[in-house]
Design a protein. Structure first.
Ligand SMILES: C[S@@+](CC[C@H](N)C(=O)[O-])C[C@H]1O[C@@H](n2cnc3c(N)ncnc32)[C@H](O)[C@@H]1O
Length: 300
């Protein structure tokens, strides 16, 4: 693996999200293996294929620059490598990554998993664009998919989720930027700059402003004009997003996981939505996802 920092995302919460993805893919592969469908794994924010974590090991108790320079980095599987290790393998893998530098790293997955190389497709573009095109041409009679949406912020457009839901054939894990994005763009006084509003509109459907703000008179100032007050807590923002997901997907896991950083600040909400409306398929997908979200394992 090359040196240099290509990406180093998060700590414990990163392991949680990848652990849950891994478990879901393993269960999905088993449930689907005897069905006639072509199975596709789609990683829309694929990164490099691995994640780099600074090793905690070298603690020499004194300053040793010659050692510090060589401080080892540990490389763990990112979502793309995790998916490639799942057995039985998917029939096709689609990896999307916008950054040219990360994309160049990602391409190396072909060499690392040579047996699966001819099943992999790589696209260096905006994920929303690629997904909306892919879903428009999706053949739900023959294809089933799992989609992992792991953005670093406010990149997943609602229109993309609508396109995914219309296929009725794709299960999706979504990292909703609850604390890292949405809540930060909702100031207490309700005066949201136009640029922020545009970003929020792309990610959140419906009349979110009325859901998160109300007019109230300040106590003791009965003559005063009502003021705009923020009522949208992290909980209510999360519930609003879940409700919106329920309007387009046949089933949505009831227990999304809040991913927090080491300072206990909520960053993302990890949500799951099942694509197939058949009671059997959505029931099975939901049972597996809810179990994973509830239980957690050693990585939780
Ligand atoms: C959180 S990282 C993904 C980590 C990866 N899933 C893993 O497990 O290693 C988000 C990635 O999305 C990429 N990205 C950001 N905006 C994008 C967009 N609009 N379309 C595609 N990729 C994008 C970033 O370059 C970054 O590599």
């Amino acid at each position: 693996m090359t040196g240099g920092k290509l990406q180093s995302f998060g700590g414990e919460w990163t392991e949680q999200k990848l652990g849950m993805l891994d478990e879901y893919l393993a269960a999905y592969a088993k449930v689907m293996m005897n069905q006639r469908f072509e199975r596709l794994y789609i990683d829309a924010f694929a990164g490099t294929g691995y994640r780099e974590v600074a090793s905690a090991e070298p603690d020499f108790g004194f300053f040793a620059p010659e050692l510090a320079e060589d401080e080892p980095q540990k490389f763990f599987d990112g979502s793309a490598s995790i998916a490639l290790r799942v057995q039985p393998a998917f029939h096709r893998y689609l990896f999307i990554e916008r950054s040219p530098k990360r994309f160049a790293e990602l391409l190396k997955l072909k060499g690392k998993f040579p047996d699966l190389a001819d099943r992999m497709e790589f696209i260096q573009q905006d994920a929303n664009c690629v997904l909306q095109n892919l879903c428009a041409g999706w053949n739900s009679k023959t294809m089933r998919g799992v989609l992992f949406l792991d953005p670093s912020g406010m990149q997943v457009e609602w229109a993309t989720l609508e396109a995914v839901a219309r296929t009725q054939a794709i299960d999706v894990w979504i990292l909703f930027p609850l604390g890292i994005g949405v809540n930060r763009l909702l100031p207490r006084n309700g005066r949201i700059p136009d640029g922020w509003r545009t970003r929020l509109d792309r990610v959140l459907p419906g009349n979110w402003y009325d859901a998160f703000y109300r007019q109230a008179r300040i106590e003791g100032l009965f003559e005063a004009e009502p003021q705009t007050v923020k009522t949208g807590s992290l909980n209510s923002i999360a519930e609003y997003y879940q409700e919106q997901l329920r309007t387009i997907f046949p089933a949505v896991a009831e227990n999304p996981r809040v991913l927090i950083n080491s300072r206990r600040v909520p960053l993302f909400l990890l949500c799951f939505a099942a694509g197939n409306p058949s009671p059997k398929a959505k029931g099975a997908a939901l049972r597996i996802a809810q179990h994973i979200l509830r239980e957690g394992r050693s990585w939780a």
